[in-house]
Design a binder for this molecule. Structure first.
Ligand SMILES: Cc1cc2nc3c(=O)[nH]c(=O)nc-3n(C[C@H](O)[C@H](O)[C@H](O)COP(=O)(O)OP(=O)(O)OC[C@H]3O[C@@H](n4cnc5c(N)ncnc54)[C@H](O)[C@@H]3O)c2cc1C
Ligand code: FES
Ligand code: FES
Length: 489
């Protein structure tokens, strides 16, 4: 295969796209591609920005244990080259077909039996989300089912019967025709992925690189310093879809395995910048569960399956959900260029509104998080218009350490959504330090929020709401400390 090609599996066969022969750029989305080829229009476009799930497909890939893993993703947010070496499963693949008959997949059969479809526009996406769960190897309970479906909108059926369909399907998960074909697919994928060479796709107005290692990434970065790095592409693809932004040079680091790891050391964790948000969510649940209220309500499963920790930090959005908790945890950002590596405190890494301390020849390789300080109390909350699949109106991540006498020894109050960057409430922190942590003191500190922040009014909320909610979050921090103390922590 020449290096101007990508290859993946579609309909159980290897599918090659050679950019010397096609007339669309490499940054074409998987959804646009599917809708351009015959017999694959079951996958729908609803919003083209990750909100409706009508475009959901499932990607299967070989994991480090040589097993196939299946993940539901939004195909409107994924650039085609990032499915190189993977199996693309669409709604057309679910039923078992012979020349004379078609038998529905259990997921489809359950949708029929529970009347979980009306106009049918959302149904392929819903079936694919349930199929992703069916093949996840987990035993889904109702919470898992609701979580897996939070990224799918239906305007007509009502979610009750859709959840019933998912529950009915997941009651008895049995081997299906994908199970039968698994070893054949695995061998094909291993063959496609055998080469360690980077892929360089050249279309007349776009260069698209798919490196496999950090070294190859840095070589491209050195040669093309203006090239845009892309990992999960959940931000960049939305910009392309909605504002017709066109990137002439892209370095897609989604195939770089070295930046996906989570390593546990004696004193800290090293988390690869390419760790997806779903894996980060599990990590937080296991190690810093006080921040689960943030990670549990991050986007949808389809997005968490591809969006990355590095992408969230490098966006430097004032409402980026992971930045407040990383500041509280005193995380450090590790960058690499072909000449050196740097380790930067995350508070210094974020330099302003959507601006970071990253040079043109660098990428972020990992985030280092110190182990938990068991003497500190942690707290977090995300305030958003909807509970699921919504970005924050504002959020807080906080830590507080009290002396045995009940005085505040150390405190960090980090807010998202109140300023042009994620920011600490320094005046409130300084006021509380050294004082007894009482309701009276907290009430006085809350009066200072106005001095720490002058939030804007925008489509999500007003200045007044944000200030009042920020105070209420501080109050909730107080009561959560009280609750823990009363429980003997
Ligand atoms: C529907 C929807 C819901 C969302 N919900 C949330 C939410 O609840 N909370 C939230 O915080 N965000 C949310 N987001 C935003 C987005 O999904 C996250 O910020 C995500 O973590 C971005 O990661 P990515 O890998 O997809 O980034 P990409 O789009 O690939 O990249 C984002 C930016 O980071 C840069 N970049 C990526 N990786 C690196 C690296 N290793 N080194 C240097 N630069 C890098 C890119 O150049 C780009 O500028 C949502 C987005 C959508 C579309
Ligand atoms: S089209 Fe709506 S999530 Fe992709
Ligand atoms: S069945 Fe009509 S949108 Fe869901």
């Amino acid at each position: 295969m020449n290096t101007n090609c990508i290859q993946f599996i579609l309909d159980n066969e290897a599918y090659t796209i050679d950019w010397s022969k096609v007339d669309f750029p490499p940054s074409t989305t998987v959804l646009q591609f599917l809708r351009s080829i015959p017999k694959h229009t079951g996958t729908k476009e609803g919003c083209a920005e990750g909100d409706c799930g009508a475009c959901t497909v499932v990607l299967a890939e070989v994991n480090q244990n040589n097993k196939l893993t299946y993940k539901a993703i939004d195909s409107c947010l994924l650039f085609l080259p990032s499915i190189h070496g993977k199996q693309l499963i669409t709604i057309e693949n679910l039923a078992t077909k012979t020349p004379t008959s078609t038998s529905l997949h259990p997921v489809q059969q359950a949708i029929v039996e529970t009347h979980a479809s009306q106009c049918g526009y959302c149904t392929p996406g819903i079936a694919m989300s349930v199929f992703g769960m069916y093949k996840s190897g987990k035993t889904p309970d109702k919470n898992l089912i609701i979580d897996a479906l939070a990224g799918n909108l239906c305007r007509c059926t009502g979610y009750g019967s859709i959840i019933d369909a998912a529950e009915l399907t997941c009651k008895s998960i049995k081997p299906d025709h994908f199970t039968q074909n698994e070893s054949m697919i695995r061998e094909k994928l291993i063959e496609i992925n055998r080469s360690g060479d980077a892929i360089e796709l050249s279309f007349h107005n776009q260069l698209y690189f798919l490196p496999k290692t950090i070294k190859q990434t840095l070589e491209f970065k050195e040669k093309y310093p203006q090239a845009v790095l892309v990992n999960g592409s959940t931000d960049i693809a939305v910009r392309q879809n909605k504002t017709s932004e066109f990137q002439p040079q892209i370095i897609d680091i989604s195939a770089v395995k070295e930046i996906k790891q989570i390593i546990t050391n004696d004193n800290d964790f090293q988390i690869g910048a390419g760790c997806n948000i779903e894996n980060f969510k599990i990590f937080i649940h296991e190690n810093f569960h006080e921040f689960s209220p943030i990670t549990d309500h991050f986007a949808s499963l389809q997005i968490r399956n591809i969006a990355t920790l590095g992408g969230n930090i490098c966006n430097a959005s004032p409402i980026g959900d992971l930045i407040p908790l990383l500041i509280v945890l005193k995380a450090q950002v590790k960058t690499a260029s072909s000449v050196n590596t740097r380790i930067i405190n995350i508070e210094n890494f974020i330099t302003g509104y959507r601006s970071i301390d990253l040079h043109n020849n660098e990428l972020v390789t990992e985030i280092i998080i110190p182990k938990k300080d068991n003497d500190s109390h942690y707290y977090s909350e995300k305030v958003s218009t909807r509970r699921d699949l919504d970005i924050s109106t504002l959020s807080i991540a906080a830590s507080i350490k009290l002396s045995s006498a009940g005085n505040v020894e150390d405190i960090m109050l980090v807010y998202g959504g109140l300023a042009s960057t994620v920011k600490r409430a320094k005046l409130c922190e300084d006021f509380l330090k050294g004082k007894r942590f009482t309701l009276e003191m907290i009430s006085e500190a809350i009066q200072l929020i106005n001095n720490d922040f002058t939030p804007i009014s925008d489509a999500r909320s007003t200045t007044e709401y944000r200030i009042e909610a920020a105070g209420n979050l501080m109050l909730k921090l107080f009561y959560s400390v009280q609750l823990n103390n009363n429980n003997g922590f």
